[in-house]
Design a protein around this ligand. Sequence first.
Ligand SMILES: *[C@@H]1O[C@H](CO)[C@@H](O)[C@H](O)[C@H]1NC(C)=O
Length: 228
Amino acid sequence: MLGNCFTLFMATMAVICSVGSAYDPDPLQDFCVAVDDSKAAVFVNGKICKDPKFVTPNDFSISGLNRVGNISSLVGSAVTKVFVDQLPGLNTLGISLVRIDYAPYGLNPPHIHPRASEILVVMEGTLYAGFITSNPQNPNMRNKLFAKILHPGDVYVFPKGLIHFQYNVGKGNAVAFASLNSQDPGIITLANALFGSEPPLNSDVLAKAFHLDKKIIKYLQSVPWMQN
Ligand SMILES: *[C@@H]1O[C@H](CO)[C@@H](O)[C@H](O)[C@H]1NC(C)=O
């Protein structure tokens, strides 16, 4: 009897704890349109809901995804985001969208979404796209690359938290759309984060990690790392 009570107690605690630490939770109401919470006195895991009385169709809508992004950056790609900051109606729904434009040989550089898997569909052009698995359990296995060439209509999925990229290997521009299962997937562009951090990461750390001369690290830390 005592054992059963204890099991029930532990199960209840597990449920409470898992709710407490959840992210992109299932909504507890039809919607929870985000309001700008920067002025709010409390931090919440997500955004505060707008009073449903004042919600309008525009809270669920955004325009402009027919437009080509600015692909004149150093990497030759542009990501147009539709995350909760751009579309407040996404709050609590666990979903978002991007449009990605690529100049010829434009690259969406190796990056991670810490909170989302991504499913991408190519609309135009030819992309070389892939991801790399995490550090292997078996030390004889390498971090495995899964990559292939994609044409219009082809779909590729990038599992949550893994390093992935797309590279335009065609002669013209390329366009893809992708959906992510988070209202705010987060983006860690590896080169930018490691060589462009503010303040700069100790160059000994980077020299050792990359097996590179410190002069090369200093150079990499001196060049601009723009977000695409
Ligand atoms: C496009 O990006 C480039 C480089 O980042 C910048 O110099 C330029 O002003 C941008 N153009 C537009 C129209 O935003």
